[in-house]
Design a binder for this molecule. Structure first.
Ligand code: ADP
Length: 158
């Protein structure tokens, strides 16, 4: 059974993340979307809230699970019996950071491979931070996130 882990902040999940998940589930037997701790970012949503929003977004995908973890990603992937890490690549700006992280993870665990996937062109500009910024300024985010996420953003801002 080929298991892939898709880690991220998902603060909140966007149509860009969902596009990557929908592609990944066609390539792997099981995809675990997992909320990770990012020490560089202060999240808007708790890990539990982010997991809930992901669960609501992937409920139609039978081979997709949702989880969260703390600690080293490669240790988590091994615990889950995964062999691949999924990451999304939008523009050149993602490349340097992702390249360094993939090489670091490979040096920590040779048997785990990072797989980069590109979303549909219509989502290459979408990021969680942009969604938070637009929502925070009262803009319409319906083109960027599912309705249930837009509702959570409104609730958080209220
Ligand atoms: P992290 O803090 O780990 O970067 P993010 O939630 O910002 O968490 O992103 C998780 C992964 O999803 C990253 O690989 C990122 O490049 C990818 N990603 C984010 N937004 C998009 C998008 N619009 N299209 C494709 N991939 C994306």
């Amino acid at each position: 059974m080929k298991i892939a882990v898709y880690p991220g902040s998902f603060d909140p999940i966007t149509f860009g993340h969902i596009d990557i998940i929908e592609r990944a589930v066609t390539l792997f037997d099981k995809v675990i979307v997992t909320v990770s701790q990012n020490f560089e970012k202060t999240p808007w949503f708790t890990a539990a809230e982010r997991c809930e929003m992901i669960k609501d977004s992937v409920s139609g995908l039978a081979n997709c699970e949702v989880d969260h973890f703390k600690g080293l990603l490669v240790d988590y992937v091994s615990r889950m019996h995964g062999t691949a890490i999924i990451r999304g690549l939008r523009a050149l700006s993602d490349f340097e950071f992702e390249f360094k992280m993939a090489l670091m993870n490979r040096s920590l665990a040779e048997d785990i491979t990072t797989v980069f996937m590109m979303p549909h062109a219509r989502y290459t500009h979408v990021s969680s931070s942009l969604v938070r910024e637009v929502a925070g300024l009262g803009g319409d985010v319906s083109m960027l996130v599912p309705d249930h996420v837009a509702r959570m953003l409104k609730k958080k801002l209220a």
